[in-house]
Design a binder for this molecule. Structure first.
Ligand code: SAM
Length: 265
């Protein structure tokens, strides 16, 4: 039986490779036996797609309850993977960013999903205020539940709507840090994030996808894209890249990359 790519969200095993029915069943049964907490097995039948970044999933085996609670670093996230984006593969990135936040920061989490970045930060820095904007109503509802589940009601405020409508009206010149976990909107969201930094100073956690011929991120290419985006918007600011890393590989040479940009020091 060939090894199949998979991920586990709470009690749901999602098989990401297709195979014949017999191999899928054998793989699923083996995983369920080894990890008794797996209650449901689904097959991913599309890429992550559309503005809401969801995917099509086909039920294969087990229980037909698609709502689950995923536990990560002591935090809990309730969600339905049919309706919302969630990736356990971003777990390290959430903890990494949460570890950089200083006491009492005001943070903007654009593209907040069911809230995992905001919650990871709030749990590490309980004096921070995190404004979390998300367009998918179902994700917003789960984010509200997750805030309650993790006792972060005093730290996180949910705004259900489009970042590009909400932020220019409410958050210009407001925040110490902006998180942009949506590579698809990397070019449009970077200048808006800059305008939301208080006095043009702070940190932007930018995420992009790029074709890499080797495993190494070419910082000159990244720096040039940032310059071009700022120049197009007539933004002139002192900035530097303090960190960069490949978050995950999306395809053999396509990387999801995280870049930390320090501005206005
Ligand atoms: C890649 S997911 C990341 C979600 C979350 N940050 C996480 O790590 O689990 C991007 C999210 O952005 C939301 N989104 C896409 N376009 C948006 C927009 N213009 N305004 C607000 N949210 C948006 C999608 O619905 C999706 O939940």
């Amino acid at each position: 039986m060939k090894a199949l790519a998979f991920e586990i969200i709470g009690s749901i095993l999602i098989i990401r490779d297709s195979a014949n029915d017999r191999d899928l069943k054998e793989f699923a049964e083996k995983k369920m036996k080894r990890h008794p907490y797996i209650q449901t097995v689904m097959l991913q039948t599309s890429k992550i797609q559309g503005q809401k970044r969801t995917r099509e999933l086909k039920f294969l085996l087990g229980n037909k309850n698609f709502e689950t609670i995923h536990r990560e670093h002591g935090n809990q996230y309730i969600l339905n993977p049919l309706d919302t984006f969630f990736s356990p593969r971003l777990s390290f990135e959430r903890q990494r960013i949460a570890g950089l936040v200083k006491e009492s920061e005001v943070i903007l989490n654009f593209f907040a999903g069911v809230g995992p970045f905001s919650i990871a930060i709030a749990k590490k820095q309980p004096n921070c205020l995190i404004h979390s904007i998300e367009i998918n109503k179902k994700s917003c509802n789960y984010m509200r539940k997750n805030i309650e589940l993790n006792n972060c009601e005093d730290n996180i405020i949910v705004y259900c709507g489009d970042v590009f409508d909400i932020a220019p009206h409410r958050f210009l010149n407001s925040s110490n840090r902006v998180i942009l976990p949506l590579p698809l909107e990397s070019k449009r969201s970077l200048p808006l994030a800059f305008k939301c930094l208080k006095d043009g100073k702070g940190t932007i956690h930018w995420q992009i996808t790029d074709h890499l011929s080797s495993k190494v991120v070419d910082l000159n290419v990244v720096a040039t894209s940032i310059e071009e985006i700022f120049a197009r918007e007539k933004i002139s600011t002192e900035h530097s890249i303090s960190e960069h890393r490949v978050v995950r590989w999306i395809a053999p040479h396509i990387a999801h990359i995280a870049i930390d940009i320090e501005l206005g020091q």
